[in-house]
Design a protein around this ligand. Structure first.
Ligand code: ZN
Length: 459
C-alpha cells in the first residue's frame, strides 16, 4: 500500500465500522461532551488552495492528555476545474468514510455533531499527529474524487478558534439547507439514493428527495444530484421515481425497486412520508428519532444532542438502538432536522398534528416551519417529563390527538372467535437470542391473547 507510505497504521475499507470504546481511547474529539465541533468543506479557487498544505490550530494529538476530550474542527478547502460549490456537501460527507478507513480512528455523525476517537493502540504505533491523518485524507480524496486537484486541510483544537469556525460553519449549513426548501417532490422525476451508511447498516438506503433530506441531515437533493453527476458509480446514485403508488404515504415504484436492488432484497417497499408500515429505513447517523408513544397516540421526537431522558423515560441512545441498523421499525423513525421543516414531514400520519413532545432546543430550530396553531400544543421537557404529565398537557391544550383518544380494551378475551384474534404485521423484526440474531421478514404473529404490560424501569 504505497499510497499510504509514511503512515504508521493500516488504512483500508476493512476498518470501517470499527467502534472504539471509552476505555480504549487515547483521545476523544468532539462528541457529546463538547459543545463546539464541526467539519466543513469549502470549494475555493485554484489560485487560493495550496495543495498538500496542512495546518493544526491548537494542540496536536501528541500534546493531548491520555483519555481527554477536546473541541474539534476539520476544515477542508478544495479546488479543481469544474468543481462547484454544489459539491461541498457530498465531499464533506466523505470525511466520515475516509476517517473510518484509518485503523483505530473512529468517526461518527456529521457537520456540527461529529464524534471521533483515536485508539490507544494506534497512538502507540505512532499515529500521534493530525498531520498524518490529514495526509491520509488528502490522498484518499484525490484518488477517489478525481475532480479534486488541490486540497488543504486545517484541524482546529484551540477552543476559541473552534468556536469561531463553528459559528461560521452553522451559517454555511443553513444556506445549503435553505436551497432545497420550496421545491416539491412532485416537480422532479429523479430522486437520489445514498448507501454511504451501509458499512454500519447493511440494509440501509437513504432516499433523498427535494422534500426529504438524508437521515444524517447532510445531503440534500441538490447535493445528491451534484454527486451522482461527478461520480455516477459512487455511493450516491440516481433513483428514477417511477410510478406513483401512494401520494399520501409517499410510495413510488422506482424507489421500491432501488431499495430492493441496493439491499439485496432485504427491503422491498418504502413509504417516504410515514413512520408506520414500511417507514424509510434508519441507518445509525440520523439526527433525530421520531418515536411513537402509544399511550397518547402521538409521536415524540428526540435529537442526538438531548442528554436527559425523553417523556417515555428512555434516552436518545436507547431509542436510537431500537431504530437503527437499516431496519424498518413500525413507529420508530430516524430523521434529519431538515426533514422536520418539510411539508411532507410525517404527512401520512397527520404531520405536526401527530407530534406531541420534543426537546425545547429542536422545537426552537424548526418552530417557524410548524403550523402556527400547533406549536404551543406540543410539549417539551419543560411542560412534560412523564407520559402522565404529557397526557394532562395535551388535554389542557386541546392538542388534535386528544380527539383520537378512545377507550380501547387492552386485554383481548381468550374466548374470542379465531377470526377476531389480533394479527400484528411486522415488516422486519429482529430478535436477539443466545448470540444469534433472528430476523423475521413480513412475519405475522398470531396470538391467542394480547397482553400489553409496561416494563419496570431498570435504573
Ligand atoms: Zn446514515
Amino acid at each position: 500500500m504505497s499510497m499510504f507510505e509514511g503512515i504508521p497504521v493500516d488504512v483500508g475499507v476493512i476498518y470501517e465500522g470499527e467502534r472504539i470504546r471509552r476505555q480504549d481511547m487515547h483521545v476523544e474529539l468532539g462528541g457529546p461532551d463538547q459543545k463546539t465541533k464541526f467539519e466543513l468543506v469549502r470549494v475555493k479557487g485554484l489560485d487560493v488552495v495550496e495543495d498538500g498544505k496542512i495546518t493544526v490550530v491548537g494542540p496536536d494529538i501528541k500534546d493531548m492528555k491520555e483519555g481527554s476530550s477536546h473541541p474539534f474542527g476539520i476544515y477542508v478547502e478544495v479546488a479543481g476545474k469544474g468543481v462547484e460549490e454544489e459539491l461541498e456537501g457530498v465531499i464533506e460527507r466523505r470525511i466520515h468514510e475516509y476517517c473510518n478507513f484509518i485503523e483505530g480512528f473512529m468517526h461518527l455523525n456529521q457537520r456540527y455533531d461529529i464524534w471521533l476517537r483515536l485508539h490507544k493502540k494506534s497512538f502507540g504505533k505512532g499515529l500521534n499527529s493530525f498531520n498524518l491523518i490529514a495526509k491520509v485524507l488528502q490522498r484518499l480524496f484525490k484518488s477517489e474524487l478525481s475532480f479534486i486537484e488541490k486540497i488543504q486541510i486545517t484541524f482546529f483544537t484551540d477552543p476559541k478558534r473552534v468556536k469561531e469556525m463553528y459559528d461560521e460553519a452553522l451559517k454555511v449549513y443553513e444556506a445549503r439547507d435553505a436551497k432545497a426548501r420550496g421545491m416539491k417532490d412532485e416537480e422532479v422525476e429523479t430522486f437520489y439514493g445514498c448507501t454511504l451508511c451501509q458499512s454500519f447498516a447493511p440494509t440501509h438506503v437513504c432516499v433523498i428527495t427535494p422534500q426529504r433530506y438524508s437521515n444524517c441531515g447532510s445531503i440534500s437533493w441538490f447535493d445528491g444530484r451534484a454527486s451522482a453527476r461527478v461520480d455516477p458509480k459512487g455511493p450516491v446514485f440516481e433513483v428514477q421515481k417511477g410510478e406513483l403508488i401512494d401520494s399520501e404515504k409517499g410510495e413510488f415504484s422506482g424507489v421500491n425497486e432501488a431499495a430492493k436492488k441496493k439491499t439485496l432484497g432485504a427491503v422491498n417497499r418504502v413509504w417516504l412520508y410515514t413512520g408506520f408500515g414500511y417507514p424509510h429505513t434508519s441507518c445509525g447517523c440520523f439526527e433525530a428519532v421520531a418515536f411513537y408513544i402509544p399511550e397518547v397516540e402521538g409521536f415524540g421526537i428526540v435529537h442526538r444532542g438531548f442528554k436527559e431522558v425523553t417523556v417515555n423515560g428512555l434516552p436518545f441512545s436507547t431509542l436510537a438502538d431500537s431504530t437503527a441498523g437499516g431496519r424498518q421499525v413500525d413507529g420508530f423513525h430516524g430523521i434529519s432536522i431538515e426533514y422536520m421543516r418539510s411539508p411532507k414531514f410525517l404527512q401520512a400520519d397527520g404531520g405536526w398534528n401527530r407530534v406531541v413532545w420534543m426537546p425545547a432546543t429542536v422545537k426552537e430550530r424548526v418552530k417557524d416551519f410548524m403550523p402556527k396553531e400547533i406549536a404551543d400544543k406540543i410539549a417539551t421537557e419543560n411542560e412534560a417529563k412523564t407520559v402522565d404529565e404529557l397526557k394532562a398537557f395535551l388535554k389542557a391544550q386541546e392538542h388534535p390527538v386528544v380527539q383520537t383518544w378512545k377507550e380501547i380494551p387492552v386485554e383481548v378475551a381468550p374466548e374470542m372467535e379465531e377470526a377476531a384474534v389480533p394479527t400484528i404485521p411486522l415488516p422486519t423484526t429482529a430478535i436477539a437470542a443466545g448470540g444469534f440474531k433472528i430476523i423475521l421478514k413480513n412475519a405475522k404473529i398470531h396470538a391467542e391473547r394480547l397482553i400489553i404490560r409496561r416494563e419496570k424501569e431498570k435504573r
